[in-house]
Design a binder for this molecule. Sequence first.
Ligand code: FAD
Length: 231
Amino acid sequence: MWWSSGWGQGGEYVAGTLAEAGLDVVGVELVGGECPYWACVPSKMMTRAGNLLAEAGRIPALAGEAVVTPDRTRVAGRIRDEATDDWNDQVAADRFTAKGGRLVRGTGRLAGPRRVTVGDRTFEARRGVVPATGARPRIPAVPGLEGTPYWTDRDAMAAKELPASMVVLGGGAIGVELAEVFARFTCAVTVIEGRAGPAAVAGGARRSRPPWEPSAEPHRGRVEGVTVPRR
Ligand SMILES: Cc1cc2nc3c(=O)[nH]c(=O)nc-3n(C[C@H](O)[C@H](O)[C@H](O)COP(=O)(O)OP(=O)(O)OC[C@H]3O[C@@H](n4cnc5c(N)ncnc54)[C@H](O)[C@@H]3O)c2cc1C
């Protein structure tokens, strides 16, 4: 028996491949992975919608008149209905069991060499255990943050509506991706990045533009519609 603990992209691939190869595989999972439910897939749906808004904003300069009213609920509905089945991972579970694997719902714990417990059940693996438990949003030790309502990127993915303004802590790939999308949906976004250099929202751009105005220097990595305070 192989055991795969965690059911993200990594765990599902490993467990599914081994099950297809004929091994007796048990997978344990809480909810099926970050990428399809909280990360790559929903964020790319948001990016696609934001790109459309930006592209539509170029119509007056190039082709005529167009009125576009950004509406976050459209993309929120697509994420809920088309991408995540309202955050129900049964499709992924069925995909795995169809390959011959067994899925156990719950939190797995390593209880010794090749031994995993889930609640009061204990599983002994003959061949090995694959921890594939992924990552979670890390809450930084920022004074005042505790006790203040805030979103992690997961809350941002599931949001039906956006606030009028937002501060994004961290100008890495995910922070910048979300910042630009939300700005294109008319949210006034400020990115706070502690480090200088290429990762620091690429050049310290300070701008606040309407969502339809094209970025002047997109290829230098500046962020459209986003304010980055000067250091
Ligand atoms: C906003 C955002 C956008 C992203 N966009 C992209 C992109 O476009 N392209 C790209 O390649 N990557 C992207 N990523 C990164 C990508 O989502 C991750 O690299 C990938 O999901 C990691 O997969 P994983 O299998 O290692 O872990 P995860 O997907 O995190 O899966 C681990 C699973 O294990 C479960 N688990 C944890 N502990 C236990 C336990 N003790 N017992 C049972 N189950 C447990 C969790 O519930 C989780 O479902 C993005 C990330 C974010 C946050």
